[in-house]
Write a protein that binds this ligand. Structure first.
Ligand code: FAD
Length: 359
């Protein structure tokens, strides 16, 4: 999995004038590229050899699903297939995956898939193993003000259950169409809160070490839409600490958040905010200022409603979405001197954007 680091396009339109501004812009771009290079450390192998994949599928036995379409498992609803996929029903299944991977020693890239609401999978697919916690890992237990929730639980469902039980502090999660595991990994948040504010800790299966690990929140490195969870760690459950409150009040807040989202965010196929907000600014505002609202490339377009949403047409192409992500990134850098960092995770693209080269 590689974060986007497209080359800058030669953007049309007026360029910012003075040297100081150009220097600042160059510095911002260099910093972002260094960050992207650091992140690329997670990428290791892009695709496994056919032999390694066959060996893996055979070692996985009944757990292996071969050539599984991923588009329908993401909210973008575009993109290719996983060479091999496992829908894990339990921690034991994940330990079996670890066992199957062991002799292949890093030659098969692994992607953990939640609800696919923050992922863009390339049209060529993912040439490795996709591991996803299955429906049986979606249990929710409430004990006092503490919730123990399975990784596959849906954030909106947990938000509603907690609110109905009179627990407050998780209403914001009703607007996040992801799984709890994905939310821990992304430190998802909104409406002034995030996972870091409520998370006591997470349990994960470390696919490399082949064991279950309990990770207190302080060790999860939670920051703005980031965590220290590595690509070989599968979150299986999380423990949340909420506050005792009033169910009617919590449900009213849920209603207000749902209303706000409908009013301000587009529907259709997307993965929420494409770019992280730069410190003190909003990515959507910058995209709009760069004149890109409504801009289209093939089957992908920047939403008219919200500049930080890129939508894919039904039956569209993930590579078009990726080209547009790189284009927006480049135009905003050229026109406004800000290098936007993608929040969405781009899977199966190479460092320069296999989607075709950035424009
Ligand atoms: C309409 C819309 C609105 C959105 N609004 C917001 C918002 O307000 N705030 C916000 O933060 N996000 C928002 N998002 C993005 C997305 O919902 C969140 O990032 C969410 O937390 C992703 O969860 P997921 O289960 O879909 O993860 P996925 O998209 O499947 O994966 C995201 C990342 O998490 C990793 N991951 C997934 N599951 C696990 C697991 N069990 N263990 C380890 N790693 C895992 C994946 O490998 C990947 O790196 C929005 C998306 C949409 C479509």
């Amino acid at each position: 999995m590689v974060r986007a680091s497209g080359q800058l396009p030669a953007a049309p339109g007026p360029a910012p004038g003075d040297d100081a501004r150009d220097d600042a812009r160059d510095d911002a771009r260099d910093d972002a590229r260094d960050d992207a290079r650091d992140d690329a450390g997670q990428a290791e192998v892009h695709a496994a050899s056919q032999g390694a994949l066959e060996e893996l599928a055979s070692r996985l036995g009944r757990l292996a699903m071969v050539d599984q379409p991923l588009g329908s498992r993401t909210t973008y609803r575009v993109g290719g297939s996983a060479a091999v996929m496992v829908e894990a029903g339990s921690t034991d299944d994940l330990l079996a995956v670890s066992e199957a991977l062991r002799p292949l020693a890093g030659s098969v890239p692994v992607l953990v898939l939640g609800n696919g609401s923050n992922l863009l999978v390339a049209d060529r697919g993912f040439g490795g193993l996709v591991v996803s916690p299955g429906r049986s890992m979606a249990e929710v237990e409430i004990a006092g003000t503490t919730l123990r929730v399975g990784a596959a639980s849906s954030m909106p469902v947990v938000a509603r259950q907690a609110s109905a039980a009179g627990l407050m502090g998780f209403e914001w999660a009703v607007g996040i169409p992801g799984s709890v595991g994905g939310a821990v990994c992304m430190n998802a948040g909104g409406h002034g809160s995030d996972m870091a504010a409520v998370l006591l800790g997470a349990r994960a299966v470390d696919l490399v070490a082949g064991r279950v690990v309990d990770l207190p929140a302080e060790r999860l490195g939670l920051g703005y839409r980031t965590s220290a969870i590595g690509s070989g760690q599968v979150v299986v459950s999380a423990e949340l600490s909420l506050e005792a409150g009033d169910a009617a009040e919590a449900m009213a807040q849920i209603g207000e958040i749902v209303r706000w989202r409908r009013e301000h965010q587009p529907g259709g196929s997307n993965a929420g905010s494409v770019f992280m907000n730069p410190e003190g600014d909003s990515a959507g505002r910058l995209v709009e200022q760069a004149g890109l609202k409504g801009f289209r490339m093939g089957s992908a377009r920047v939403s008219e409603k919200h500049g930080n949403f890129i939508q894919a047409d039904e039956g569209g192409s993930a590579d078009d979405v990726a080209r547009l992500v790189f284009h927006v990134q480049g135009v905003v850098a050229e026109r406004l001197g800000v290098w936007l960092t993608p929040e969405i995770r781009m899977v199966g693209f190479d460092q320069a954007g296999s989607a075709g080269s950035p424009p």
